[in-house]
Design a protein around this ligand. Structure first.
Ligand code: DAK
Length: 261
């Protein structure tokens, strides 16, 4: 792969969008490699994924404007689907995904970050949906995820005005969970990922599913989903070991390889 680096450190994988000369803009090749890299994750071994951008300036500065500039309506729809399919794959990946936003997260870059479970950023990060200034709508889920993540009114303001916001404002509106000095961002992301990875993987996966799927349901169905997922944790190695060790005051022994029991 030339545009994606994928490294594994213990139970944490780090995926880096690596096209720094174009500020990591997403062209078709980057999207295809991103899709293949996500498919290649060994979900028996990896318990948390961190996504970041190469270089010091940009997470992802959007979809590739040069490539998009001459698309027909049909090609535009197909390009949107290509991005949406891979972003949805990231959003529904069984394990948690952290976006470590290290600079520009514009258009498709903000949309990639929003398809992750958790966003943290550097104090140099800039977020925005500049599409209407280019004569298009956000096309990789921005109208939907931003409205759900912040509020419909704030999402509409950002999308209609195409105004970029800095890290402190992104934090204030709830788009990111925390802001770090640039040099502290990856250590903070890795520390958070390791903290997630040390917890019971079946339970963590069930929590992700309960939150994501439950948000699309009415409250009664969502509570019933939580009950099912809660029940599914019982008799698993993690539950027997975790509760047994609490009772006997021992340290739980993690199961070396993930299996769904
Ligand atoms: N696409 C392609 N190249 C880009 C790029 C982008 N989005 N952003 C930056 N680059 C390239 C620049 O062209 C430049 O390349 P060279 O000229 O050196 O070859 C290099 O990266 C460095 O950029 P600058 O020289 O411009 O660097 P500055 O520090 O001066 O400015 C900047 C940084 C991020 C403010 C500026 O590059 C910028 O405004 N970039 C564009 C940001 C943007 O508008 N992004 C949103 C793109 S729109 C859809 C599907 C998808 C989408 C929409 C619809 N459907 C099919 C429905 C998604 C849309 C978007 O993401």
């Amino acid at each position: 792969m030339s545009f994606i680096n994928l490294e594994t450190q213990g139970a944490v994988a780090v995926l880096t969008i690596n096209r720094p000369k174009a500020l990591n803009a997403l062209n078709s090749s980057v999207l295809e490699e991103l899709d293949a890299a996500v498919d290649s994750l060994d979900l028996d071994a990896v318990r948390c994924l961190v996504i970041t951008g190469a270089g010091e300036k940009s997470f992802v500065a959007g979809a590739d404007i040069g490539e998009m500039s001459s698309l027909t309506k049909a090609e535009g729809t197909a390009f949107g689907k290509k991005g949406n399919d891979v972003f949805r794959k990231i959003e529904t990946l069984p394990i948690p995904v952290i976006a470590a936003v290290n600079g520009f997260a514009l258009g498709g870059g903000n949309e990639l970050a929003m398809s992750c479970d958790i966003r943290i950023c550097s104090d140099t990060a800039v977020f925005g949906q500049p599409e209407v200034g280019l004569g298009i709508t956000p096309g990789f889920g921005g109208t939907q995820r931003l409205a759900r993540l912040v509020s419909p009114g704030m999402a509409k303001q950002l999308i209609y005005t195409a105004r970029n916001i800095k890290a402190d404002e992104a934090y204030r509106i709830g788009l990111v969970n925390a802001v770090y000095p640039a040099e502290d961002l990856m250590p903070a992301a890795m520390k958070m990922a390791a903290g997630i990875a040390k917890n019971a993987p079946i339970a963590v996966r069930a929590c992700k599913k309960a939150i994501n799927d439950g948000l699309d349901m009415d409250i009664d169905s969502a509570i019933a989903l939580e009950e099912d997922l809660f029940g599914s944790c019982f008799e698993t190695h993690d539950q027997v070991e975790g509760m047994g060790c609490f009772m006997s005051r021992e340290k739980p022994k993690p199961k070396p390889v993930f299996t769904n029991n």
